[in-house]
Design a protein. Structure first.
Lengths: 344, 135
């Protein structure tokens, strides 16, 4: 089977979506991760500081999810038409998870606080799980015939997707812990740092199990990686990044665990990209197959591509610049007087 | 939708008339009418939505694509029912809480609002900006 090569515009959009997914995973990853960690915060002061560490960022981070969905819908309608039906229930659960945790940011100050704390935790866990499960289901290969999804409702609850779902919960929690170490001081930083080695080990264990599950369940999986041995550089890089996470804890470098976890996610993402290319829906629908007509792609390029995407990238960068540095310790709306002075 | 628009216009123009006559604060009937008009925007949106969605049937893209041809082949009735019921449940929970919180704000009245909504809730980016600003 010789598929046509994707056009330049199709490549631009595929790259834009790939970058948006990676940015989304790292950025929303740390704030979902803090939601996951908040379930074990132990006390309200710590939970308050954890939420303060993501308050200016989390909703901006989620705009990348809109970028991904809208670009996929506009530029690759055939991939969108397989992806959404295949993940009908997971997409629904993800929205509910994001709704509950998003509303919790505002509602927990207005009453029924423990209910909304619970909503913040469970919403974050559910959103992380279904995102990971979707990745696992993609690695496993979705049943597609004639351009339509032909699988069942619960394709995403096979062993491999469940493992990748758990893996992403742990991976996001690791990102979140790294973010807390980078953005906080004192007790909270120590609390988060103590959680990193265990989470990192758990991520590695789940990855090994998922790899084994993929080998057992490999009849649907393509053999592209075998023909691209250079692509093995990415799994090696991800292991090195994970070693960096442990060293960052040992050397007590505050930014290193987060940055190394982000590097781990980036190299794991590149591993998948090498495994999947040239497919957009793995082993079934290629980037070229899924692309919208050139006219649509070009229309999207001149509007969304060179104006909207840079604007989103710029405001994201500005927010992180404005809120750089360490979070002040202990600030909460009920006790603003406990906030000590800022150190730098 | 159009009817709601006319009601909104009538109420706002009547309000202008009352301000012009200097009787706005003492016209209790008008203040009640203004208060009771709060759902007009919502009703207008719903009516407009229904007109567009129902009026377009049996097309999903008018003149090009029939609704029955546009449906996802793999979608089952069970999935559709589950998603509909769970949307209703989720929104029922969130809107119930929202109504309670709005009701409390209304009960508290405008005077105590600045206290109840302190400027430094950590859910507001501004609060972080205020607290994080270097000396």
């Amino acid at each position: 089977m010789s598929a046509p090569d994707p056009s330049g515009l199709a490549l631009f959009w595929a790259a834009a979506i790939a970058i948006a997914i990676l940015v989304y995973v790292i950025l929303d990853g740390f704030d979902l991760g803090i939601g996951i960690l908040s379930g074990g915060a132990g006390n309200e002061t710590r939970r308050e500081s954890m939420i303060s560490a993501i308050a200016p960022f989390w909703d901006g981070n989620e705009t990348w999810l809109v970028v991904i969905a809208a670009s996929l819908f506009g530029a690759f309608p055939k991939a969108y038409a397989v992806f959404l039906p295949a993940f009908y229930i997971p997409a629904l659960l993800m929205l509910f998870g994001l709704i509950f945790r998003g509303v919790a940011f505002e509602f927990r100050y207005r009453g029924a606080r423990s209910f909304w704390n619970w909503g913040f935790f469970v919403g974050s866990v559910v959103a992380a799980f279904v995102q990971g499960a979707a990745v696992g289901a993609m690695i496993r290969g979705l049943p597609v015939a004639g351009g339509y999804y032909t699988g069942g409702t619960f394709e995403w609850l096979a062993p491999l997707p469940v493992l990748t779902g758990i893996g992403l919960i742990l991976g996001y929690a690791l990102l979140g812990a790294g973010w807390l170490v980078m953005k906080s001081e004192g007790e909270l930083r120590e609390w988060a740092r103590r959680r990193i080695p265990g989470l990192a080990i758990a991520v590695l264990v789940v990855m090994v199990l998922a790899f084994a599950a993929a080998l057992v369940d490999r009849e649907r999986i393509g053999t592209e990686l075998a023909g691209r041995r250079w692509g093995l550089i990415f799994p090696v890089l991800s292991l090195l990044a994970m070693a960096g996470v442990f060293l960052g804890v040992r050397w007590r470098r505050d930014s290193m665990p987060f940055l190394m976890t982000a590097a781990f996610f980036a190299s794991a993402f590149m591993t998948l990209a090498v495994l999947f290319w040239p497919y957009m829906i793995p082993y079934k629908v290629t980037v070229a197959d899924a692309a919208a007509p050139e006219k649509s792609l070009s229309f999207l390029f001149w509007g969304a591509g060179i104006i909207v995407l840079p604007v989103i990238a710029i405001y994201t960068a500005v927010v992180y610049w404005v809120f750089r540095g360490k979070l002040q310790h202990g600030g909460s709306p009920s006790s603003p007087d406990t906030a000590p002075t800022k150190e730098h | 939708m159009v009817g709601m628009g006319l009601i909104m216009m009538a109420i706002s123009w009547l309000g202008v008339l009352l301000i012009w006559r200097g009787r706005l604060e003492r016209a209790r009937w008008y203040l009640w009418a203004a208060f009771l008009s709060f759902p007009t925007g919502f009703i207008a949106v719903l009516c407009g939505w229904f007109t567009a969605e129902v009026g377009r049937q049996p097309w999903v893209v008018y003149g090009l694509l029939r609704t029955k041809d546009a449906i996802t082949p793999s979608l089952t009735g069970g999935e559709a029912l589950f998603s509909l019921l769970s949307y209703i449940a989720v929104y029922a929970v969130i809107y119930s809480f929202g109504f309670i919180y709005i009701y409390r704000l209304l009960r508290a009245g405008p005077v105590s609002v600045p206290e109840s909504a302190a400027p430094a809730t950590p859910s507001r980016p501004l609060a972080i900006a205020l607290r994080e600003r270097p000396e």
